[in-house]
Write a protein that binds this ligand. Structure first.
Ligand SMILES: [Zn+2]
Length: 63
């Protein structure tokens, strides 16, 4: 994430320094977005693996 380059509209300091509540709220939100952006591909792969396993199991049972 490039949020450490963002300047706060409230206190005009870098958001990454967290000098005011607006900075801290923005920093927290951006960090969570970064976390979920990293998590989602892994979650999708896991979901796909479960789906393939379920289909394979179903095909095996009906065959
Ligand atoms: Zn601020």
């Amino acid at each position: 994430m490039t949020y450490d380059r963002l300047v706060c509209a409230n206190c005009a300091a870098p958001v990454s320094e967290g000098r005011c509540p607006v900075c801290r709220a923005n920093r927290e939100r951006l960090q969570q977005e970064g976390f979920f952006a990293g998590l989602n591909p892994m979650a999708l792969i896991a979901l796909l693996a479960v789906l393939i396993a379920a289909v394979a199991l179903l095909a095996h049972q009906t065959a």
